[in-house]
Design a protein around this ligand. Structure first.
Ligand code: UDP
Ligand code: MG
Length: 320
């Protein structure tokens, strides 16, 4: 069986990386085509996520040199998750199966061999899972693994140590299109799609060129998005705290009344101050968490488009 494969690659300021990425993927894809595993119409689809450097020029050059390469360009930087979604939705109109990966080739492209084997065995979603992360800095590894554990503890279905290197069938991507949320966290949504799935392990390498486009600030925002888009447990926690504080405050009132009635009303200034601070603090914390969800609801109700494609490169597989 030979299927039409699209490799979807979001790129943000990746001009240094693209020639090498292009070269390696061309070899890989040509190999598959020669073996007859995938259709000769298979492509690498680059998504330029509104880069301000020469990324789009590099994609256009690759497209001119070899029809294996095609691309789309977003009109503005929308972030990795939105760029990936734009790529998957575009590819789903043309392909039978899609593999998403990063432009920096930190994820071993040879893992695609296994992914395709699994697909041919009938799996519709194949997650690439990092076996070792020793090429990542200690900080990145610790925060990432802590995050996966925390998400599981919150009851979110998530594949441990899987980033967005994954194979999805056309049917799975079409199902993904039904999820209309604006706060995109694909690692949380894809397991909700169901379908027959499995994992493939690989070793994560180092970024070959350029620097990470995920600074700490973006990582924290992404983690917060993941947590608040998929779990209402933080709200429950606030509720539990509220109940406990309420119970304690009743005891405090009783105690104050008893002290007053027994005539020992020299009640402590410090305990009063402590309770005011404690309650005030808890209330603020609660408001903060609730505010996070209200913010999300606000964003969802606006129903803004998640991306706008401004250019589409020629590709003879394109329909319509
Ligand atoms: N990326 C993107 N838009 C962004 C930030 C990143 O499309 O706003 C892409 C980037 O080009 C790369 C992938 O997302 O292909 C992962 O980024 P990076 O390798 O910098 O993240 P890290 O591996 O350091 O977590
Ligand atoms: Mg990377």
């Amino acid at each position: 069986m030979s299927c039409l494969l699209y490799i979807v690659i979001p790129c943000f300021k990746e001009e240094e990386m693209l020639p090498e990425t292009g070269k390696r993927l061309r070899e890989k894809l040509s190999g598959y085509i020669k073996e007859g595993r995938i259709s000769p119409e298979s492509r690498v689809l680059f998504v330029d996520d509104g880069s301000t450097d020469g990324t789009w020029d590099k994609i256009c050059t690759l497209n001119r040199e070899n029809e294996l390469f095609t691309g789309i360009r977003l009109s503005h930087n929308r972030g990795h998750q939105n760029a990936l979604l734009a790529g998957l939705m575009t590819a789903a109109e043309r392909a039978d199966v899609m593999i998403s990966m990063d432009a920096d080739l930190q994820d071993d492209i040879n893992a695609m061999d296994e992914m395709l084997n699994r697909f041919f065995e009938g799996y519709e979603i194949v997650y690439g899972v990092r076996r070792r992360r020793d090429k990542d800095t200690f900080f990145k590894r610790a925060t990432a693994e802590g995050f996966y554990r925390f998400m599981s503890a919150l009851g979110v279905e998530i594949v441990f140590n899987h980033a967005d290197y994954r194979l999805m069938s056309k049917r799975a991507v079409e199902a993904l299109a039904e999820y209309k949320e604006v706060n995109l966290f694909l690692r949380g949504i894809v397991p909700l799609l169901g379908f027959k799935w499995t994992t493939v392990e690989y070793d994560r390498g180092e970024r070959l060129a350029g620097e990470s486009k995920y600074p700490l600030r973006k990582m924290i925002a992404f983690a917060l998005d993941g947590i608040t888009s998929f779990s209402v447990k933080p709200i429950r926690l606030v509720l539990t705290c509220g109940c406990i504080v309420f119970a304690v405050s009743i005891l405090m009132i009783l105690w104050t009344l008893i002290t007053k009635l027994t005539g020992n009303a020299e009640s402590g200034w410090s305990s009063l101050m402590c309770s005011i601070w404690l309650i005030g603090g808890l209330q603020l914390l609660g408001l903060g968490v609730i505010g996070e969800y209200i913010g999300k609801t606000y964003a969802e109700t606006k129903r803004r488009p998640r991306y706008i494609i401004s250019d589409i490169l020629p590709d003879k597989n394109r329909k319509g």
